[in-house]
Design a protein around this ligand. Structure first.
Ligand SMILES: [Zn+2]
Length: 117
């Protein structure tokens, strides 16, 4: 599996922690029929599968966020929500960085991956 693909996936442990953080409800509409699988920054944009970038959403809100013109409004809502959960939250750190691919030093890459867990 490519490193980028792996970095963007959401590990079971991350899902569990996001689910607990969000109390098992859609953070947007409060629907209890929700899953901790929504990327704040989309995978297509290099959004990482880390807690600070993952949200519990119901299917309807997830679809609206991914596909609709409401994305901007929802995004600022999610930004405030995530900032309230993580004092150090920084949108710049949620994205997979291309220069991580450039380094051929595998030790460094492993350490980096551990850091982001
Ligand atoms: Zn919802």
């Amino acid at each position: 599996m490519q490193k980028r693909t792996k970095a963007l996936q959401i590990a079971a442990e991350v899902k569990r922690r996001v689910w607990e953080r969000d109390n098992g409800y859609c953070v947007y509409c409060g629907n209890p029929s929700a899953s901790p699988v929504a990327h704040y920054i989309a995978r297509s944009q290099g959004g990482l599968g880390i807690e600070a970038n993952i949200l519990t959403l119901c299917q309807a809100c997830h679809r609206r966020y991914d596909q609709s013109g409401e994305r901007k409004k929802m995004r600022s809502f999610f930004r405030e929500y995530l900032q309230s959960k993580y004092p150090e939250w920084n949108e710049e750190k949620l994205r997979y960085r291309r220069d991580d691919d450039a380094g051929q030093d595998h030790t460094r890459v492993r350490l980096h991956e551990r850091d982001s867990e």
